[in-house]
Design a protein around this ligand. Sequence first.
Ligand code: ADP
Length: 608
Amino acid sequence: MILRSRLLWKLFAGMAAIVLVTATVIGFLAARQAETEALGEVERRLTGQARLVRAIVAEELLAGFDLDARVRDLAGGSSREADRSGLESGDRFRLTIMDGSGRVIADSDLDPQRAENHADRPEVLAARSLGLGSAVRRSASLERDMMYVAVPVLTPAGEVGGFVRVATSLQAVDHRLRALRRAVFGAAALATIIGLGVAFFFARRVAAPLVGVAALADAWERGDYHRRVEVSSRDEIGRLAAALNRTSAQISDQLQTITNDRNQLTAILAGMVEGLVAVDEQDRIVLLNEAATELLGIQGRTDLPGRPLYEATRVPEIGQALRSAQTSGETVDGEASVGDGLRRRALEIHAAPLLNGGGQVIGAVAVLHDVTQLQRLEGIRRQFVSNVSHELKTPLTAIRGYVETLLDAQDLDQATRQRFLERIRIQTARLSALVTDLLSLSRIEAGEDAVERRPLDLRVPVMEATRALRSAAEAREVRLLFDLPEHPVIVVGEEESLRQAFSNLIDNAIKYSDERGRVEIELRVEGQRAVVVVADQGVGIEPHQLDRIFERFYRVDRARSRDLGGTGLGLAIVKNVAQAMGGEVSVTSGPGEGSRFEMSLPLAEPAT
Ligand code: ADP
């Protein structure tokens, strides 16, 4: 990872360059210095020897003696022998004696006869003018690098009477110098390697945290705020890394909070029964919860946020409410209806402006209430009230009419008076029946709390209802036939309600039977249910009426029902009693074929 850092290699390259240049320069200078010192030492030694030889041979030279043999002794034995043995000693040197003109008089290594004039040699020229001359060059005669040092031999008159020149091969020095150079360059190479290592170490130390910081920045860009940089120093980079780590932690904390809040909000919005639509200033959808998509009939569309509102709904009232909430800055209420036919839904709209921190309007939000059911219930209630009023009004009007006639017409004969009073009695009985049925209905509809339930034998309410209606049946010469089981049929319920329900069914069967008809009453057990059947052979019911006869106040033939003392609530009570006990009623009938009502109720659990 770190090895791919460009910064690391840039830093390293810079430091490596410095190390390399420094090592090279120092190595070079050291080598030069060593060379200069080594040559200087050889020159000093040669100078000493030249002066020593001069002191020894000066007189003989000036006197013109042959010095050839002397020279070889002084030069330390035959150099030719030494050459052959390959021995190189520091004391071995070549000694050349010249006269004042530069002609070689004697030479330790060469035959003087064959030697050329040496007057133009640089060391001889320097010796003549400066008193001491030295030079390094390749000897043509011996074919090797040599150092030459020459001193002049002066006559008593102070003129140059000859030269003593000593020379030595630099081969030994060369060997030493080469070893020295090797040592210097070896040291320089070692220093370079160590320097490079140190350079790499420091480059890495500087680059590593920055690489971490860069990686952190990359992670931020990807939205990953969990990454941390390793803080290994307390310098500026360390402080930067620590600060970034803290920022990272804060951001990820805040993101977590935001995410939690958003999840919570999403859950709340999803759980809302009310539809919710929020738009921005350009009427583009910001939010649309599930309930809203359901209400607007666009379930499952998740692509809506960001799109214009009209793509989601063509209900103009919603857009209008949202817009006027934005322009007025106040809450706006409205109503709308969505869909048609059975899928029609009535909506109540409450729109409010959305404000930013500065109080500016940045959109609007609308809550959609589905008030379809409410409206339906309201309609039913209104219908019921109007029905009840109407039902009450009819007998009351009649009673009032009779009473007023009785009061006004004092001279009515006894028989008419009696007839009127009889009518009043019938009407009050009707009123009473009506009120009783209404009370029963409301008691049953109030639900479980109002009625006390306990296990009971279903045969008992059936028998009681029949017994109470026996005289009514006899009056119309209708025969009541029973088919009840011999063992008890236990259900859980309220006896009084059941008695009334059966009484309503049997009463209807008697009422709508032909004279001298027959009503069958049957109780049997089918699986887990008890079934009570009340069947007659009377007028029957038209198929299209079958659904409606269980409605409150619904009567097939209003006048006939009223004549028969019906309130139109009987079957509504039967249905409610059955439902309250977890059962149901059904009817099969046809005009002129008689009717067959079946009420089925769940049997009590054996344990109860
Ligand atoms: P009502 O008090 O008028 O009898 P119900 O709710 O008991 O009111 O019955 C509603 C209507 O159902 C009656 O008006 C009648 O037309 C019809 N109906 C009920 N029972 C029978 C039946 N056994 N045979 C024929 N029609 C019936």
